[in-house]
Design a protein around this ligand. Structure first.
Ligand code: F6P
Length: 365
């Protein structure tokens, strides 16, 4: 009798980020080369298991995708089997349809479901695991805010794009003696602002973790002006907020598990600063530019390492884990740990201390 082939499902969920295709490629190629496995690509994240939308992935389907941004499988940052949005009498209500979805997954007869995603995706992956599905998680997000791993793929590319934008905006800010505010993504974590702000030489870096004081920012900008630096570069995270104030919400996505989409704090701050200082101020919101395009070399490498490590766990039948990076080592972390919250920038992070040491303000002095 012919031995049943190993069958592995792969889905990409949550906001897309550069490197997703590199992980799909790594997982699928290693499984096909070493174990002649069957790879089932699940379309549009958890929406694919809700609506039974799949496609078989052959070796040639996953060849030539290493450098592609986005995801060949599609994604959704809304679909959630445990909180499925439906409209009833014109209102959105949420239903737990996980029992049906688990049956859908069981019909696929998978030996493992690889869930590539951020905190929301992996929290759902953990619930599926508890409900009997053999899940392995792979950490992705430009925000770098996942617990259990030092770094996520996508972050390096986003930091490069943001740094490049800051470099470009420096010369126009200088030429016009303006305040230039660059708003970057990151939700409630300031990693992108911190890294790109330091790499781009931002004069002021505003993070969600350190509420800012408008008077302090004004004093810093005026101080620079007096010294002869007639322009200032402010890098602000979309989740930054003033002391005693709140985040600025760009949009509420009713059907999403995390409904608030942040954005707009850069413009609010810009108007205040222009009014108080009289210095012309411009704001640039980088937005989804940070998620697009080809992954950086570092992200391609990380995605390949994480993808192949995930296959090791599948082969050892070690389910319920996310693969991650700790120091220089690849590790496995239980999904329960990952689902506990978000990895924010610690207030005593060494990069904050280095930046302060070279005169950068975090808006709190
Ligand atoms: O989590 C990734 C991310 O890009 C965040 O940085 C940002 O706040 C959010 O997704 C934007 O979501 P959407 O694509 O739904 O606007």
């Amino acid at each position: 009798m012919q031995k049943k082939k190993l069958r592995v499902g792969i889905l990409t969920a949550g906001g897309d980020c550069p490197g997703l295709n590199a992980v799909i490629r790594a997982v699928a190629k290693k499984l096909i080369i070493e174990q002649d496995a069957e790879i089932i690509g699940i379309k549009d994240g958890y929406d694919g298991v809700i609506r039974n939308r799949y496609k078989n992935l052959s070796y040639s389907d996953v060849s030539g995708i290493l450098t592609l941004g986005g995801t060949i499988l599609g994604t959704s940052n809304i679909a959630n089997p445990y909180r499925h949005a439906v409209k009833e009498n014109g209102k959105v209500v949420f239903k737990d349809i996980s029992k049906e979805v688990i049956q859908n997954i069981k019909h696929l007869d998978l030996n493992c479901l690889v869930c590539i995603g951020g905190d929301g995706t992996l929290a759902i992956g953990y619930k599926l695991f508890r409900d009997g599905i053999p899940v392995i998680g792979v950490p992705k997000t430009i925000d770098n805010d996942l617990l259990g791993t030092d770094v996520t793929f996508g972050f390096d590319t986003a930091v490069r794009i943001a740094t490049n934008a800051i470099d470009i905006l420096h010369s126009t800010a200088q030429a016009h003696h303006r305040i230039m505010i660059i708003e970057v993504m990151g939700r409630t974590a300031g990693w992108i602002a911190l890294y790109s702000g330091i790499a781009g030489g931002g004069d002021i870096i505003l993070l969600p973790e350190i509420p800012y004081d408008i008077e302090g920012i004004v004093a810093r900008v005026k101080g620079r002006s007096k010294r002869g630096d007639k322009f200032s570069i402010i890098v602000i995270s979309e989740g930054a907020k003033p002391k005693g104030g709140d985040v600025v919400v760009r949009k509420m996505v009713e059907s999403s598990t995390i409904q608030a989409r942040l954005g707009g704090v850069g413009s609010v701050l810009g108007e205040q600063l222009e009014d108080i200082t009289g210095i012309e101020t411009r704001t640039v919101v980088l937005g989804h530019l940070q998620r697009g395009g080809t992954p950086s070399a570092m992200d391609r490498i990380l995605a390949t390492e994480l993808g192949t490590k995930a296959v090791e766990l599948i082969t050892e039948r070690e389910f319920g884990y996310m693969v991650g990076v700790k120091g220089r080592a690849l590790v496995k972390v239980h999904l329960e740990e990952v689902a506990k919250g978000s990895k924010l920038v610690p207030l005593k992070h060494r990069l904050i201390e280095s930046a302060r040491a070279v005169g950068t303000s975090f808006g709190d002095d």
